[in-house]
Design a protein around this ligand. Structure first.
Ligand SMILES: *Cc1c(COP(=O)(O)O)cnc(C)c1O
Length: 392
């Protein structure tokens, strides 16, 4: 795979795959916990690191290695460390690269569980954390301290699809000797390549679009070999390893990544344009719409607007904002009422009472997440059927 500069679609299908002596054309699933050595000297050499090779599946497993190499090729990263979930990818990244007393600057608009991890759990272990606005670089600059190690963002954000300038934040981080971490879950490398835009580290929840069909939990951290060494060191000791079975499912998922992401984005754009025309819709949030505040930036960083569309519904007479949103959600017959995303099945959720219910009402208001906001992760059904299912 190294001889040619293959196109991303080709890398999705081909990169990382290695056949055993049987010549299988679909990646093998190695469901074994440990590996045998020819003799005691070889065991010693493997453990000592003087001979490459597998030892134990908490450290490495051939199926997981194929997944790591495929995703690394797609993101243009030197190395990928696969983890048990997206959350354990974030945990391994911080535990590998930060010490107690170090400082992390994170966007306020990140996944709710990531807010809990940084602002609650890691804080108890001596990590200093400052939350700032995703879209205001001056706040990132002002938050820097001599101990700042990481900047952490998601772009586009969930659920309002706000977009930050990756290059601008990377420059601010680098001037202070810090690293920019981008959670690329919403876009995947099929739409956005953060390392090419100046970021240092990428986080994935493979659970979402990398699987693509809502089956398995998994995650990944990607970056240079030097940065990934301590991340991998944490993983092999703490054991937040990706299971071989899940890696095998994700390998299949990645083969169709480009085809799926193109379809998700095309359908999401069509739905967003239609939603903007509905009299019962007050506002639509989708980076692919020219009405999006960072539309030009999004189209510079991303090859499409992605698959997530959020919108605010106008309450009918006598309805509260929440009642209006819940009525629309409860009237669906096709779209799944679930907070997950990245599935072939379209999903619908009310962020204020689900994904963002654990933050205070004031924090929600500050983040712009209103009670009449509805989020749809557009799947692969026909768009006309999704429109029919939205009974305003
Ligand atoms: C789901 C999600 C995560 C966490 O991933 P899990 O696989 O559920 O642990 C992290 N970041 C984003 C943006 C997500 O959507």
């Amino acid at each position: 795979m190294d001889k040619h500069q293959y196109h991303p679609e080709t890398l999705s299908v081909r990169a990382g795959s290695e056949a055993t002596e049987f010549g299988e054309n679909s990646e093998a699933l190695f469901l074994n916990s440990s590996f045998r050595f020819n003799n005691a000297a070889q065991a010693a050499a493997r453990f000592g690191g003087t001979e490459p090779g597998n030892i134990y599946s908490r450290f490495t497993n051939p199926t997981v290695t194929m997944f790591q190499n495929k995703l690394a090729a797609l993101e243009g990263a030197e190395q990928c460390v696969a983890t048990s979930t997206g959350m354990s990818a974030i945990l391994a990244c911080v535990m590998g690269l930060c010490n107690a007393g170090d400082h992390v600057v994170a966007s306020r608009s990140i996944f709710g569980t990531s807010v809990q991890l940084f602002g609650n759990i890691l804080k108890r272990w001596g990590l200093e954390v400052t939350f700032v606005s995703l879209t205001n670089p001056a706040e990132w600059q002002a938050a820097l301290t001599p101990k700042t190690k990481l900047f952490f963002v998601e772009t586009p954000s969930n659920p309002l699809t706000e977009v930050c300038d990756i290059q601008v934040l990377a420059n601010i981080a680098h001037q202070a000797g810090a690293y920019l971490v981008v959670d690329n879950c919403f876009c995947t490398p099929a739409i956005q390549k953060p390392l090419e835009l100046g970021a240092d580290i990428i986080i994935h929840s493979a659970t979402k679009y990398i699987d693509g069909q809502g089956r398995c939990l998994g995650g990944a951290v990607l970056g240079t070999k030097a940065l990934m060494e301590p991340v991998y060191g944490f993983l092999r000791t703490a054991g937040v390893t990706m299971s071989a079975f899940n890696a095998w499912v994700f390998l299949k998922g990645l083969e169709t990544l480009h085809v799926r992401m193109e379809a998700h984005a095309r359908k999401a754009l069509e739905l967003a344009v239609w939603l903007e025309k509905q009299p019962q819709v007050a506002r639509v949030y989708y980076p692919g719409l020219s009405s999006h505040p960072q539309h030009a930036l999004a189209m510079k960083q991303q090859s499409s607007g992605g698959g997530i569309v959020s919108f605010e519904i106008k309450p009918k007479a006598g309805q509260t904002a929440q009642e209006a949103a819940w009525a629309l959600i409860d009237a669906t017959e096709l779209i799944s009422i679930t907070a997950n995303l990245g599935d072939a099945k379209s999903t619908i959720t009310h962020p204020a009472t689900t994904t963002h219910s654990r933050i205070t009402a004031e924090a929600r208001a500050e983040a712009g997440i209103k009670d009449n906001l509805v989020r749809i992760a557009v799947g692969l059904e026909h768009v006309d059927d999704l429109k029919t299912d939205l009974r305003f």
